[in-house]
Design a protein around this ligand. Structure first.
Ligand code: PLP
Length: 403
C-alpha cells in the first residue's frame, strides 16, 4: 500500500478555490469577482505597456545572462524599492538604516520577515493582525514561529473602522508585540484609517506599547492612484525614527502577479545593527530558496530607474485605480436606481481593489447558485473584476439576493 494512503483530501484555498469553481461553471454569463487581480473593461488581464517595453529591452540585451543572483537579490532593485516605499529623500535610507531583500512577492516578503522575527526578535513573539485580514496572514506567521492573534478592525454596523475597539485591543496586548498593519487599501474590507487615526495608532505603538510595526504593502498606488499618498502611513512610522518592517509586492501595482516580485525592508535605528541584521537575513533565506529569481525584478529595476518609464508606469497605475473607482460609482448608482434595500455608501467610501459588501454567506451562495456570480463567502467583491457590461447584471443579482 502507499505510505500516503492516510493523507486526507484538503479543502481548496478559500480564495483560489473560487476560481476553481468558477472555471467549472459552464454558464456563459458567469462573473468572477473573487480574485484580487486587475481586469480591463473587457474583463481581460492587463499586461502593462511599460512592462512589455521593459521585457523587450531585457530579451534584446545581449549582455544579460542567467547567473545566480545574490541571496538578497538585485542590489539596485532593493535600493529602488526602499525609495519607492520610504520616499527617495528618506533619512533612514541616507543613514544606511534600511536593509532590503528582494523576496518572492508580498507573500514571500512576509514569510521571510516572519522567519527573521521568529529567530531574532527580542520582544514578544506574538503578531497581532486585524480582524478580518487577508487569510494567508494567519497561516504565514505561525509557520514562521510567531503566535498570531487578532485585533478588532472592522465594524459591520458602520461598515467602517472600529477605531475605538482597535485601540482598546492594542492597549490590552502585551508590550513589545508585533503589529501587522495594512499600509493602504485594507484587504478584505477596503477600510483604511484616516490620517488622524493613523497618528493615534502610531502614538499607541510608539509611546504606550513599544510594538514593532510590520506593514504589509500589497497595493501601493492602487488605493489613491498616487504612490506617495499610499505610502503615507509607512513614512510616518519610519519618520519618527522607530523600527519598522515592511513587505512590498509588485503583483498588483505593476501587474506582475506571476513573476513573484517583492521586497522586505527592515528599518532599524543604527547602521551597525542594519549590517548585522542583513547578515542574519541571508541565513534565513539561503536554506529556504537560496536566491530569488531575476526576470521580474529586472523589469521592476528598469521601470523604476528610467525617468520616462517611471512616469509611464504612474500613468498606467493611475488609470487602473481610476477605473476601479469608476466601477464603485457605477455599482452604487445601479443599486440606487433599483432601490435595493440598505445603505450602499460604503461602496463609494471603501478603498482599493475590494468592496466588503456586507452580503451574508447565504446571499453570496444564492448569487453563485442563481446568477453565476462568484465572490468570497465573506461578501468581498473585487471591483477590478467589474465592467460596464457586468455592473447591471451584478446589481440585479445583489438586488434579488437582498430583497
Ligand atoms: N498582502 C495582502 C493584503 C494581499 O491582499 C496580497 C495579495 O492578495 C498579498 C499580501 C500578497 O500577494 P503576492 O504574494 O501575490 O504579492
Amino acid at each position: 500500500g502507499s505510505c500516503f494512503a492516510h493523507v486526507q483530501q484538503a479543502p481548496e484555498d478559500p480564495i483560489l478555490g473560487i476560481t476553481v469553481a468558477f472555471n467549472k461553471d459552464p454558464s456563459p454569463v458567469k462573473v468572477n469577482l473573487g480574485v484580487g487581480a486587475y481586469r480591463t473593461e473587457d474583463g481581460k488581464p492587463l499586461l502593462l505597456n511599460v512592462v512589455r517595453q521593459a521585457e523587450l529591452h531585457l530579451v534584446s540585451d545581449e549582455s544579460r545572462n542567467k547567473e545566480y543572483l545574490g541571496i538578497t537579490g538585485i542590489v539596485h532593485f532593493n535600493k529602488l524599492s526602499a525609495q519607492l516605499i520610504l520616499g527617495s529623500d528618506s533619512p533612514a535610507i541616507a543613514e544606511n538604516r534600511v536593509v532590503t531583500a528582494q523576496c518572492l512577492s508580498g507573500t514571500g516578503s512576509l514569510r521571510v520577515g516572519g522567519e527573521f522575527l521568529g529567530r531574532h526578535y527580542s520582544g514578544q513573539k506574538i503578531i497581532y493582525v486585524p480582524s478580518p485580514t487577508w487569510g494567508n496572514h494567519l497561516k504565514i506567521f505561525p509557520l514562521a514561529g510567531l503566535e498570531a492573534r487578532t485585533y478588532r478592525y472592522y465594524d459591520p454596523r458602520t461598515k467602517g473602522l472600529d477605531y475605538e475597539g482597535m485601540l482598546e485591543d492594542l492597549r490590552a496586548a502585551p508590550n513589545g508585540s508585533i503589529l501587522l498593519l495594512h499600509a493602504c487599501a485594507h484587504n478584505p474590507t477596503g477600510v483604511d484609517p484616516s490620517q488622524e487615526q493613523w497618528e493615534g495608532i502610531r502614538r499607541v505603538v510608539r509611546e504606550e506599547k513599544q510594538f514593532l510595526p510590520f506593514f504589509d504593502c500589497a497595493y501601493q498606488g492602487f488605493a489613491s492612484g498616487s504612490l506617495d499618498n499610499d505610502a503615507w502611513a509607512v513614512r510616518r512610522f519610519v519618520g519618527d525614527g522607530g523600527e519598522v518592517f515592511v513587505a512590498q509586492s509588485y503583483a498588483k501595482n505593476m501587474g506582475l502577479y506571476a513573476e513573484r516580485v517583492g521586497a522586505l525592508s527592515i528599518i532599524v535605528k543604527e547602521p551597525a545593527v542594519a549590517t548585522r541584521v542583513e547578515s542574519q537575513l541571508k541565513l534565513v533565506i539561503r536554506p529556504m530558496y537560496s536566491t530569488p529569481p531575476t526576470h521580474g525584478a529586472s523589469i521592476v529595476t528598469l521601470i523604476l530607474s528610467s525617468k520616462k518609464w517611471f512616469e509611464e508606469w504612474k500613468e498606467e497605475l493611475k488609470a487602473m485605480a481610476d477605473r476601479i473607482r469608476s466601477m464603485r460609482h457605477e455599482l452604487f448608482n445601479a443599486l440606487k436606481e433599483r432601490q435595493t434595500p440598505g445603505n450602499w455608501e460604503h461602496i463609494l467610501n471603501q478603498i482599493g481593489m475590494f468592496t466588503f459588501t456586507g452580503l451574508s454567506k447565504e446571499q453570496v451562495e444564492y448569487m453563485r447558485r442563481e446568477d453565476h456570480i462568484y465572490m468570497t463567502l465573506d461578501g468581498r467583491i473585487s471591483m477590478a473584476g467589474l465592467n460596464s457590461r457586468t455592473v447591471p447584471q451584478v446589481a440585479d443579482a445583489i438586488h434579488r439576493a437582498v430583497v
